[in-house]
Design a protein around this ligand. Structure first.
Ligand code: IDP
Ligand code: MG
Length: 150
């Protein structure tokens, strides 16, 4: 089963959308294996968005991510990386289609509520960045075979 990292960024917490957004991932059939509230410091934010270090929006992005708490979520499921990216939608909220999280709730580029890993390799690195190994929980949902079809 594939794993991915989701962050409900500070705008999601301020806008009290945390429950609503977690519900979307749960209803899809993804399994929660890690969940916590984190006020990211600069070092964590820099590492998480290191790939964007040269971009003009980097400084503002760090200020945003370190401004207040983020909900860090590790999810597991079939094709979890792609499934989450499809549920989240395009980066710019004005371009994300209705039905996606950003399409339904975001109109900003920066304040687009959610982060989802973009590859299984990056997911593994990002999960290790936000969670200690003992914070990840292995378990089997009672409806597992009904959700996965096997
Ligand atoms: P993604 O979150 O859809 O994968 P990325 O291109 O990886 O998008 O960018 C990471 C984050 O940086 C975005 O989610 C958004 O918060 C912010 N961002 C991306 N592009 C811009 C921009 O042009 N202006 C301001 N913020 C941006
Ligand atoms: Mg990205």
């Amino acid at each position: 089963m594939e794993r991915t990292l989701v962050l409900l960024k500070p705008d999601a917490v301020h806008r009290r959308l945390v429950g609503d957004l977690i519900t979307r991932f749960e209803r899809k059939g993804l399994k929660l294996i890690g969940l916590k509230l984190v006020h990211a410091d600069k070092a964590l934010a820099e590492k998480h968005y290191a790939v964007h270090a040269a971009r003009p929006f980097f400084k503002d992005l760090l200020s945003f991510l370190t401004s207040s708490p983020t909900v860090a979520i590790a999810l597991e499921g079939r094709e979890a990386v792609t499934v989450v990216r499809n549920l989240v939608g395009a980066t710019d909220g004005t371009k994300a289609p209705p039905g996606t999280i950003r399409g339904d709730y975001a109109i900003s580029i920066q304040n687009n509520l959610v982060h989802g890993s973009d590859s299984p390799e990056n997911a593994a690195n990002e999960i290790a960045l936000w969670f200690r190994p003992e914070e990840l929980v292995s378990w089997g949902p009672v409806d597992g075979p009904w959700v996965t079809g096997s």
